[in-house]
Structure formats: C-alpha cells, structure tokens
Design a protein around this ligand. Structure first.
Ligand code: ARG
Ligand code: ZN
Length: 480
C-alpha cells in the first residue's frame, strides 16, 4: 500500500544520466535506506519500497521452539534499488530470491540487506522469498514472540514483528497478510482474518488464515497451542474466538478466567455495535479474540481483526469487558487509522482509553466526567503528569505510560468539554471516516479538530499534549 508520507523518506541522491540520443532519463540504482524515518526508532522499517502482501508459511514445533519458515513478500520499489533492507532480529536465513533469481544478503543487527542479481527499477513490482529458521527470541519487555507451555503467542508492538518474520516493520508500510501455520496435529494455530483452510498430513496440521485488509506489521499475530476455537457470525461480521481450555480450571468460590473471558467475548457483537455508533461502521470483515493461559503475556494487543489478551485481565467481568472494549476500539483508532510515527501513539491509546471511560458510563459504573475528575484530583507529583502524551519518548515505559493512555484520554475529554458533545462526536466520527486507511499525526488531529469546531484549540492541545506537569487550574475542589 502506498501510503508513505514523502516527507519522511530519506533524501536519496537521484543521478540523472542523459545519454545523448536517448530520451529516457534513468534513475541510478542506490541502496534503500535502513530506516523508514521514525524519530523514535530510526532503524524501524526501511526505505525504497512498499510492501503489498506478506505470505508467511511457517512450521512451529513446540517441542524444540523451532520455527521453520518461508516469507514471500510482494512489494513495489519506490526508487531504483541496488539493494534494500528488511527488518529481521535473530533467526538464520538460508536462502533469498528476488524475482526468479537468487539474491545475496548480509545481516547486521536487525537489518537484513538484500542485493538482487539485477538492480530494481523505480516503480518495479518484485517478489522476495526469504527462507529462514531458528528459535524466535522474546523481547526483553516480554513481548514479541513468547514461547508458552504448549506453543507460542505473538504480540509485537511497537516493533517486534521482525522477531518472527522479515518485515518492513513500521506502521507506515501496511500490507495484507496470509499466514499458513503448520503445527503438531492436535494443536490449533490462530492468526488474523478468516480461516480459509485446514489440512493434516503426517502428524502435522496446517491452518491457513487470510487477512483481507492491509495492516501494520505489529498487528500480525499468531497463537499456537491448545485452544477452543469458536466460529460464528454476527451483524455480517465473521468471528473466530480462541480460548485456552486451561483457563477454565475451576477456582474455588470464583469464576475462572475462562468463564469471564467467555462472557466478555460473548459481548463482542454488542461492543462492536456500540463502538460503531461512535466511530463508524466496523472496518473489517472478521473479528474475534485470543486468550492463552500464559501470564507471561501481561498486556493485550489490538492485533488486527483478532486482538490477543493476557489472561490477567479476566479476573472480574467489568475488567474483562473493559479490555475487550479497549482492544476493539483500536480496530478503528490504531489499526484502520494508523499512526505515521510512534511519537503520535497517544492517538491510538487516548481513544482506546476514552472508549473505556464511555463504556464505564454506559454500564452505570462511573461517568466519563467522574473518571476525569478523579484523575484531575491526582497531585502534581503523580506519574500521570510526568510524560508528555504528544512526545513521550522511545523508552517502552514512556511509550506505554499513563501519560499516553490516561492523559491522552483526558485530552480528548478536555476537547469534548471545550467544543461540546455534538461537535466532539462529529470530530471523532469524521476523523475516522476521513483518515480510514491512512497514516496520521498529532498535527493532523489538532488541525482536524479546529477545522470541524471552528475554534482555535492551540492552547488546549499545547497544555494537554506538550506541556510538562499537571495542567494549571485542574482538580480544584468542586464548587471552588
Ligand atoms: N497497545 C496495547 C494496548 O494498549 C499495549 C501494548 C503493550 N506492549 C508492550 N510491549 N508492553 O492494548
Ligand atoms: Zn491500547
């Protein structure tokens, strides 16, 4: 998908050789950049091409944790390329072809540099096949590829996709994905989109998943192990839910995580319908959720069409429902409308957190105003005021900080208070509909909010997103 913002592309020297007697100017082939231009993660993604489709044929053996795979990547060059990079961490590459020819490659850290037999022309479509294997590494914050007692689960935000497949690993280059995962017979393999086939031979079962809509690489998921898979259709959307049966081990006197997750998943059609009233029609053909019984995965991730959830959320029904609301809200804000760089991450998390507040209000627990007021009463020393939602910094504890999530949601509530409920509703709905499938920035959002409301909102956004410390005048006692 060609959605790249040109301003983020590295400046490549374009030599124009005008050969006498030739009308054509030829662009000299040059190496593609090793990063797509993200200020926080300069080596994430790559320059010089756009991926259209990843076809991942994977075999995973839980007995050895070994992955054996072939990634077929269809892309188009955006410049003449003498070589180009894919992101890949760990694993061993055994063969690379570009088009019909063998290519050579080198590895350096997370960069796989591929030199095709012939340079690629600007605009040329090309297919790269990478054959690789090894034990995928789990990232230090326990994300990316996690090995579980009976298989594996994947949750790679912001840039862990490259621990299990070679990728242009940045949301600026979304693509469609097909996953065919071969696992020991008796285990399930779940991924994004629709299950299109399943076959067993020689004690191995291959599960084929097809995601029709382009997605950022961090939104590709895979869960292997024992799962109860439930398939159904609601409101024209096909659901696949996968729950680890171990979650249903009885707990004395309380509901098991499996029972709570089952009940939260049963509300997905209702939640999707409720979110659609706020954000517009559900953007994908398929939906569902995955819960593995592995508390090492301590967070949830909005993997496109099929979020993956830590079992730790399903301790009581309200918190189970709320995390499902959060991850489903991301299907619109984060997945359909994606960020152009990780400094804009509050646009994902602020909206998903605000969806939680609205859900708590709908469930009669707390109004959004009450949630805001409780937070506004937190003292200036609270960690909530430490980071800047609009520029939290690349350290993962800052990217995934209360500032980004909670202060991000407070920013939206402050905007709502400033413009009124009706204008706020229009801002949100038109934001999603006008930017569907696009990469966005904070500046895009603030300009949009000003255009829709007709108000000058500079000071509000400057205070909430870019000014350190607790906003002045907040949290005064009611009536004071
Ligand atoms: N975006 C996810 C959510 O808010 C959180 C991901 C946390 N990732 C991590 N590596 N800790 O639902
Ligand atoms: Zn989130």
């Amino acid at each position: 998908m060609v959605r790249r913002r040109l301003v983020l592309l590295p400046v490549t020297a374009v030599a124009v050789a005008l050969v006498p007697g030739t009308a054509l100017a030829e662009e000299a082939a040059a190496p593609g950049a090793s990063g797509i231009g993200d200020p926080y993660y300069p080596l994430d993604g790559n320059g010089g091409y756009d991926v259209d489709h990843y076809d991942l044929a994977l075999r995973y053996d839980p007995a050895t944790d070994e992955l054996t795979a072939t990634a077929t990547i269809e892309a188009a060059a955006t410049q003449a390329l003498s070589s180009f990079n894919l992101d890949l961490q760990g694993l061993t590459v055994s063969a690379v072809t570009v088009g019909d020819d063998d290519a050579t490659w080198t590895r350096d850290g997370g960069e796989l540099t591929i030199t095709p037999a012939e340079p690629l022309e600007g605009g040329q479509e090309f297919t790269t096949v990478v054959t690789y294997s090894g034990v995928p590494q789990t990232l230090p914050d326990v994300s990316g590829f996690l090995h579980t007692d009976d298989g594996a689960v994947v949750a790679g935000q912001p840039d862990g996709a490259d621990t299990w497949f070679p990728a242009n690993d940045h949301p600026l280059d979304p693509a469609t994905v097909s996953v065919s995962a071969t696992v020991p017979e008796g285990l399930e393999a779940i991924s994004n989109g629709a299950l299109t086939g399943q076959s067993t031979a020689d004690g191995w079962t291959t599960w084929r998943w097809e995601a029709a809509e382009p997605m950022a690489t961090y939104l590709v998921t895979l869960a292997i192990g024992e799962f109860d898979v439930r398939e159904y259709e609601a409101d024209g959307i096909r659901y696949w839910d996968a729950l680890d049966p171990d979650l249903s081990t009885p707990v004395d006197g309380a509901l098991s995580a499996g029972e709570i997750a089952t009940a939260s998943f049963a509300r997905q059609p209702e939640i999707v319908g409720w979110l659609a009233d706020w954000l517009g029609e559900y953007p994908f053909e398929t939906a569902g959720g995955i819960v593995d019984d592995d508390p090492a995965l301590a967070f949830a991730l909005e993997t496109q069409t099929r979020p993956i959830y830590s079992p730790l959320f399903f301790t009581d029904q309200l918190s189970g429902d709320v995390v499902v609301v959060h991850e489903l809200a991301h299907q619109w804000t984060g997945d359909l409308v994606r960020i152009a760089g990780w400094q804009h991450f509050w646009l994902n998390e602020g909206f998903a957190t605000y969806a939680e507040w609205l859900w708590l209000e709908r469930e009669g627990a707390l109004t959004a105003q009450q949630t805001f007021d409780e937070l506004a009463a937190l003292p200036p020393e609270s960690p909530l005021w430490e980071d800047l939602p609009g520029d939290p910094g690349p350290a993962l504890e800052d990217l995934f900080s209360a500032a980004v999530y909670t202060r991000g949601a407070m920013t939206l509530h402050a905007l709502r208070t400033a413009v009124g409920d009706d204008v706020f509703a229009t801002i949100v709905r038109e934001w999603v509909s006008s930017r569907a499938g696009e990469a966005v920035t904070t500046a895009d959002f603030t300009a949009h909010a000003e255009a829709v409301s007709g108000q000058e909102l500079d000071e509000l956004f400057q205070t909430w997103l870019f000014t350190p410390g607790k906003p002045a005048g907040l949290g005064a006692a009611p009536g004071a």
